[in-house]
Write a protein that binds this ligand. Sequence first.
Ligand SMILES: Nc1nc2c(ncn2[C@@H]2O[C@H](COP(=O)(O)OP(=O)(O)O)[C@@H](O)[C@H]2O)c(=O)[nH]1
Ligand SMILES: [Mg+2]
Length: 420
Amino acid sequence: MEFNEVQAVNRAYELLSEEEACKGQAHHLRIIKDKLEKETLTLSIIGQFKRGKSTLANYILGDEILPVGIVPITSAVTRVYYGDKSAEVHFFNGDVKPIEFENLSEYISEQQNNNNKLGVSSVVIKTPSKFLKNGIEFVDTPGVGSFHKNNTEVAYQYMKESDGVIFLLSVDSPINEIEIEFLKATKEYASKFYFAVNKSDLVSEVELAQYIGYCQGVLQQIMGYDSQPVKIFPVSAKTGEGIKELTTSVSKDLKKNARAILEHSSILKLRDIIDEANDQLRFYWKAMNMEYKDLDVAFSSIDEYIDEIKNEANKQDSNFEIGFNEIKIALSEKVQEFFGIKYVYEIEESSPFKRTMTKSEFQEKVNNLLEDLRNTLDSILLYREENAYIVVRRIANINLLSNRLREIKRQINEQLEKGK
Ligand SMILES: Nc1nc2c(ncn2[C@@H]2O[C@H](COP(=O)(O)OP(=O)(O)O)[C@@H](O)[C@H]2O)c(=O)[nH]1
Ligand SMILES: [Mg+2]
């Protein structure tokens, strides 16, 4: 049978959404499915800190909306969509706060939001820029290898969501190891690359040509000699030089090849999701095979914690939506701590003006959540399960799922090989 990207994604989604252990991966794949259905492309500006990513993004959008020159917190991206001008800050606990543009840096700069103590997960901006029409999600990233040592992991996390990438270098520093490593990793997830060299205003034409020639060689080696010749756009986000050429080229390409880019990038991402799911299954397998005495300890710890949460929940008097999310986040952490497995909850976002949950609804939801967690842990970890049939069936299901996922991955690799 012909390989079909959408079918591969749908099939994997069906398989993953039936397995408790793979809820996180199913959720991730749901986002990819949605993007395929709606033909939304994620285009990220990626590069090291201070290359001028935010300045360039502002120029492309035709509006100075993103703060520049700040030391950004490394755990948040800014997503920009087409629409009436507005800005919102999204927090890890699901809280969403509308804000004024001039206050953005309070949330995304390291100086003002040290170590992300405010728990910002992303900033969402809307602006009526022509560049964003046709369903583009434009992402400004804080930059890899910049401030915190641990930021690289976070930077990689966003990079994984990109379908297309504007990879930004700048003439004031030669392409370095961090950028090279980051580009190599990005290639595993994103389908399309546009290269630009910023700050062309700082050097003479001769120096610029030399710099570009040098980068061209390095980039071609990374992208592969069998791929298309690497084209580098020289730009100045300060003077605007070269930006029209870049944006016209990107816009045209994204419009013309949206479908192909999305499909290709979906299977790149699916391959990674399958690896993650198989890792998850291995963790569950390990937890299932814990000694009874260790399982006893883990279960009595979680039971104690569940009682603690019930007490805490009784004290909550407002903001129930957010309180409910915070309980979910805390439970995930404890399950990880006690059982060594990732137990994922979906965090529903909630704007302040949409909060309607009452205290009794909240308490009922919390009770259901806790009961459900306890039952699910029992059944998936086969705790004190004496019915041999149930045990055998659970083990067989895990193996079967794992094999089916591997088969999809094999087909993807075959397809990617062919496409080269
Ligand atoms: N000379 C010059 N400076 C620039 C250019 N683009 C950005 N900058 C400066 O470089 C610094 C970092 O810019 P920013 O956009 O915050 O970089 P980011 O960390 O990559 O987002 C700021 O001081 C900008 O004013 C450019 O094209 N030419
Ligand atoms: Mg920036």
